[in-house]
Ligand binder design. Sequence first.
Ligand SMILES: Cc1cc2nc3c(=O)[nH]c(=O)nc-3n(C[C@H](O)[C@H](O)[C@H](O)COP(=O)(O)OP(=O)(O)OC[C@H]3O[C@@H](n4cnc5c(N)ncnc54)[C@H](O)[C@@H]3O)c2cc1C
Length: 484
Amino acid sequence: MLNLSPWLDTLNRHRGVHRLSLHEKPSTDIAIVGGGIAGVATAAAVLEKTDKRVLLIEADLVAHAATGHNAGQIVSYFERSFVDLVAEFGPTLTTRGVDAIEQSWHLLHKLARFAGDEKSIRSCTGYLGIADPEKLRIFFESIYARHAAGLSTERVLLSEDAHLHDLLPRRMRGEVSFIEKEKLLALLGTTDERYIAAGVSQKGCTNSAVFTEKLVTTLLAHYPKRFRLIERTPVQHVILSKRSARLVTNEHTISAERVILCTNGFERFTIQNEGGAAIDPKFHDSLHGVIGYLSAQTYAQPSPVAAVSYYPFPHSPDDAYFYVTKRHWGAAPFGKTLICVGGADEPLPERMHYNPKAPFPKEKLAELRGFLTATFPTEPALQHYQWHGLMGYTQSGVRLIGAEPCNPALLYNLGCNGIGILPSIFGAFRIAALLSGKRLRPSIFDPRDQRCELPVRAKRPTLPFVPKASNVFIKPPSPNQSTR
Ligand SMILES: Cc1cc2nc3c(=O)[nH]c(=O)nc-3n(C[C@H](O)[C@H](O)[C@H](O)COP(=O)(O)OP(=O)(O)OC[C@H]3O[C@@H](n4cnc5c(N)ncnc54)[C@H](O)[C@@H]3O)c2cc1C
């Protein structure tokens, strides 16, 4: 079975592939490595917010890695509970970081408008189905902690007949509504009677490959003098000096003032820091891979856009869940429905390289189909897709956005941690704000490194690339906290 997503299957690419010509000595202000949604959105934000020249370098083709192999469900979740994040980062930084991601929908819409394709972002009321009382208890804990932190909280719907009154903490009684089981199941779009509760929040869906391709095409047309894209050009080495960077490819050395890694974490290049402490081993050890497996089917009957995640029963200790989007598929008036389901994830063994051409494992397909059959009664499908993709997880489960403390000529917007569409857009504008000289408050996204962070209250040095950022004045992490 081939690894083919519906997003890449329907990507209508009109551009040729551009590479550097043999005798060029390329230089730019900002070099961005990685042409997924993060790299292209970062280019868009930097071009809008600064007058810098941007060179985007992609090893393969734009949007053909994780961006072309995801589930396309837009959510503002973190794959760690709010309570967990507070334990690591403290309440102020966590609240600010979570709020920032939840407020970044407008940035996504803004980029879609700029690309002339607002329809590529479909918003809807999304649901989170919970079948297990223990998971519900944990969910309540998180809602209560968010409430206490002053964040808006998800509405919770409970099945009237599930006898959950006793489970419900007294302090949560105002936050929930009881509804008939039938209505609950209808909202979750399932016939599986084991579901007892639903969280309600804003969600959406997109084809992020098409979105990214349209955005990059618009950037090329809009900024012909300041923006350049080269594809099929893997960067092999990044060499950082105190004031600049060099990127070595097979045939060229590209000089840049600054380099931004938007590689999702998996880049197969070395980083040499001539300007200070070693970065390479720390960087490579701080990310690990998870392979996500997805399948989709198209159906003849059109149905409304939906985005639902399901925590089935029993609650799994690693918090595994399935996520489903339903969307219109094909041109009106002959539109069909595409239902996409994901959730059969698997860690990439340490030091192993992910093979995007590996066939889709039969047992993963059985797992996904098994969930589908237990969840929806579906008519016979017209077309089947199955695909896999690689997700980069950071140690903290939080995206890395900002300047490298050991050499601020290097910046990051990477580490999808399972959910990367909204965070990569938020990251793009945060990076652009840094590059435009804005002084940003410390955040959970700041790259950390105890070796290079200045003590609180230390005098700021006047380095040429010091971002007005955050990571300079971050409180040193506690001993049980990641050193990044
Ligand atoms: C199976 C799966 C399901 C997902 N589902 C969802 C979801 O439902 N919702 C959600 O929000 N997120 C989801 N995600 C995450 C989301 O897809 C990603 O966060 C997002 O697409 C990542 O974009 P990116 O640009 O960071 O990475 P990528 O799209 O992977 O792009 C990185 C690019 O960097 C390039 N690159 C790497 N090394 C080099 C080099 N040395 N030189 C030049 N270029 C290089 C690669 O070729 C690649 O094109 C999912 C991801 C996967 C894999």
